[in-house]
Design a protein around this ligand. Structure first.
Ligand code: ATP
Ligand code: MG
Length: 389
């Protein structure tokens, strides 16, 4: 039996109340962007859920549509459903039509209703439909861990029946929280930070710093591949690749070596913020983790953050490497991230970097550099590219 509808359920509305239609519209846009054009003849908001009516084309692509929904933030789950009038006879017939195609020994009926105009209780519906199926198919009811569950959602004068749910990733629809920049290094951590930004509704743009021609182009190739993977969560991701080499050369010749990485980072932040302005982004995400490397002590993060004016957000701050590895594997780009590259931060790095730098010492070193024009030059040398996933 080919389903005519897909029901989309969300379980959290960001900031609640008045934001509801904003949230629902973004979710709709994101769903539409992730499926072939013309898959639905309509996509409506009905009593706290979305109802998509499948076109012939949509019915043909249904398994692809459902698997894409696994990456749409804001979705709790979706389900291909068939519809019938809201009366017991019609619902019994529809449940029978659905279940007779399944192989199972035990089942349960789980009815739900929205709105107060429905004249029968869900308990009564469960019992009536259950008895009908027992009689017709000679199967057993089992409330705990049945082989199949037939769900009946009743709203707006209709009943929608389904037996399969595709879990969504939860979170909030990409875009409802505004825009943010994510600093993407090519390692394991920063793609996960970008994932968490999108998961809570931020629309992201990515920035990667490289040291070509002092290094090869491996890190740029990697971040392009990582961005493609992240494109399954957000259609159309802007990636900026920015040359840091000329700035690093100046830092190497003109400042104390133990502050080098911190000075690199302060420049990265300033450049990222300049791009954020262009993008109207309101925060900067990084993949930093407390204590992971010398630049990620509380003291050194404070020294870097002092160069920032936007909030710096570090969604991985409390995770262990093992947790990060597991999660990066789950979201996709792990195998790309572990490929060897020449990270710009390891260019000209001293044996003994400062682990507890003081801001005034770093600022004194930085004072010999013409910060604004170096930032400007780097931005002029940046490339940008949009990935559609
Ligand atoms: P990652 O696994 O993301 O590379 P890491 O453990 O290697 O992180 P660092 O190299 O200290 O840690 O980088 C910390 C954070 O700074 C990164 O997660 C990223 O957000 C940002 N960052 C570092 N290098 C770059 C770069 N070349 N381009 C853009 N952002 C960078
Ligand atoms: Mg790194």
């Amino acid at each position: 039996m080919t389903p005519e509808f897909i029901l989309f359920h969300y379980d959290e509305i960001g900031l609640k109340g008045g934001n509801r239609s904003y949230f629902e519209n973004k979710l709709k846009q994101n769903i539409k962007a992730a499926i072939p054009k013309g898959s639905f003849t309509s996509l409506r908001t009905v009593q706290g859920r979305l109802v998509g009516k499948l076109s012939e084309r949509g019915q043909k692509h249904i398994s692809g549509i459902l698997s894409n929904m696994e990456n749409i933030f804001g979705l709790a789950y979706c389900a291909p459903a068939s519809r019938c009038p809201q009366n017991t006879d019609a619902i019994c017939d529809q449940a029978f039509a659905l279940l007779k195609e399944e192989e199972f020994s035990t089942f349960r009926i789980t009815a739900r209703r929205s709105g107060s105009d429905i004249p029968f209780s869900t308990q009564k519906m469960n019992e009536d439909v259950g008895a009908f199926i027992v009689d017709k198919l000679k199967k057993k009811v089992k409330l705990k861990n049945p082989d199949v569950t037939c769900f009946i959602d009743m709203f707006h004068k209709n009943a929608y029946l389904y037996i399969e749910k595709t879990q969504g990733p939860g979170g909030l629809p990409v875009g409802v929280s505004g825009k943010a920049m994510c600093m993407l290094s090519g390692g394991i951590d920063s793609p996960l930070a970008a994932f968490y930004a999108m998961k809570r509704g931020a629309r992201i743009s990515l920035v990667h710093f490289h040291s070509i021609p002092y290094t090869n182009s491996a890190s740029v190739d990697k971040v392009r591949e990582i961005t493609e993977v992240l494109g399954k969560y957000q259609k159309g991701i802007q990636l900026y690749t920015v040359p840091l080499g000329p700035i690093q050369k100046r830092i190497r010749t003109e400042t104390d070596e133990k502050f080098r990485v911190l000075l690199y980072r302060r420049f990265m932040i300033r450049i990222t913020e300049a791009l954020a302005k262009k993008e109207k982004a309101k925060a900067v995400y990084t993949g930093e983790v407390l204590g992971q490397v010398a630049s990620q002590t509380l003291e050194n993060m404070a020294v870097v953050e002092a160069a920032a004016s936007l909030p710096m957000l570090r969604p991985l701050i409390g995770l262990d490497k093992r947790e990060i590895v597991d999660r990066t594997k789950r979201i996709g780009p792990f195998e790309i991230s572990i490929q060897p590259d020449q990270d710009c931060c390891s260019l000209f790095v001293p044996k003994h970097p400062a682990t507890k730098a003081r801001l005034k010492d770093v600022e004194r070193e930085e004072a010999v550099l013409d910060v604004d024009s170096l930032v400007q030059e780097a931005i002029e040398g940046a490339d940008d590219e949009v990935f559609y996933g």
